[in-house]
Design a protein around this ligand. Sequence first.
Ligand code: PGA
Length: 261
Amino acid sequence: MAKKLRVIGNWKMYKTAREATDYIEALIPQIEGSAITVCLAVPFTSIASAAQYAQGSGILIGAQNMNDAREGAFTGEIAGLMLKEAGASFVLLGHSERRHIFGETDSLIHKKVLRALQDDIEPVLCVGEKISERKDIEAVLQEQLQSALKGVPPEEAKKLIIAYEPVWAIGSGKTPTAQDIEKAHLSIRSILVQDFGKTIGSKIPILYGGSVKPDNAAEIVAQKEVAGLLVGGASLEAETLASIIHNMSAKKAGPTKRKTK
Ligand code: PGA
């Protein structure tokens, strides 16, 4: 069975609500008929309008972070239920910028994963090694995954998505080789199977992220364990994300060229 591919654009702290809707308007006609599931992780202030504009297009809107509490006196924070009501269907958790710039620990990420599942918002758990940890990738992935997913019942694990993002590849223009990506994905797969059993563990989608561009997308998604891509910088222009999406599909259907207007 051909795998169902997914792409998530991670806009980070870019785009106002107006820019978000202009982008979605531009993106929709460019991806019409695509078999790829297209998701956009947008800033909080754009979720409601982006979700409204995306209605009926198949594009899914999500958030880039949330608090681990249901609600409470946490000035400046945002709850999963608020995101959900605004139109977010998923949330990125444990992104390396959250871990390394904002000091999020494995234990906090674990609480956020549990909360997202309770609030019925799909967690996209990001994991990946720093450059200094290249020799211990497996151990690093094991530690990050097992601490974040501790206590998640297999039934709930069905809602998870994992994104493998080597920290050194994010925004750097550098990527691991396709073989190294597959190897890391296989390590993640075996941890998921070990924790959730074969039936569920073998179905959780594992995406790759870190300096994905139109010209490396096809080779990366050609790897057996790669179920899609998490794209930062290259998702900021609708045209570039559309090229990535076309190149991802080209991989399965043979080398088709993207239509130019
Ligand atoms: P990048 O970012 O594509 O700009 O490397 C990926 C990410 O941070 O999710």
